[in-house]
Design a protein around this ligand. Sequence first.
Ligand SMILES: CC(C)(COP(=O)(O)OP(=O)(O)OC[C@H]1O[C@@H](n2cnc3c(N)ncnc32)[C@H](O)[C@@H]1OP(=O)(O)O)[C@@H](O)C(=O)NCCC(=O)NCCS
Length: 147
Amino acid sequence: MNVTREMKSFPFDLLLDADPSFENVKEYLERGECYIANQNGKVIGVYVLLQKGSSVEIVNIAIDESDRGQGIGTKLLQDALLRAKQMGAETVEIGTGNSSIGQLALYQKCGFRMMEIQHGYFEDYDEDIIENGIVCRDRIRLSVSIN
Ligand SMILES: CC(C)(COP(=O)(O)OP(=O)(O)OC[C@H]1O[C@@H](n2cnc3c(N)ncnc32)[C@H](O)[C@@H]1OP(=O)(O)O)[C@@H](O)C(=O)NCCC(=O)NCCS
């Protein structure tokens, strides 16, 4: 697998898997840095970084459905932490829904700790999001120090 910065051919199918808001995705692609993971000529993953002062936020991360559960998400998160460090960041943030049990597990396994709950964050989305039988309403912000 090799990870490279992508400036124009963004994998929207993957990006929208992580964030169903096309408006949000378009907006942060303009301001952030998008990295894609390729394996045997196929895009298998993506993440987007957005710098905010001394912190970098992973605003999107997604792995192709057929390639999940093999440690690729973990590898991309580690790659994102390394790049954030090279960007001079002291902390890296990530946010996910209250219903995203697997993501909450993965981020904590990668060292992230819960910082804040943004109550009702997902209630403005056009369609209800239900995962693991749980309605997604609130956003959990997590962060890790990379000093
Ligand atoms: C989230 C996502 C990026 C993870 O990628 P992945 O390649 O499947 O992740 P990995 O295989 O590296 O690791 C998943 C880890 O989470 C753990 N995990 C997942 N679900 C879990 C659960 N319910 N309980 C405990 N651990 C869980 C796995 O056990 C694994 O940890 P391990 O390596 O210690 O076993 C991927 O599922 C995805 O693209 N999802 C859709 C988009 C998305 O939701 N993006 C994030 C938006 S916030």
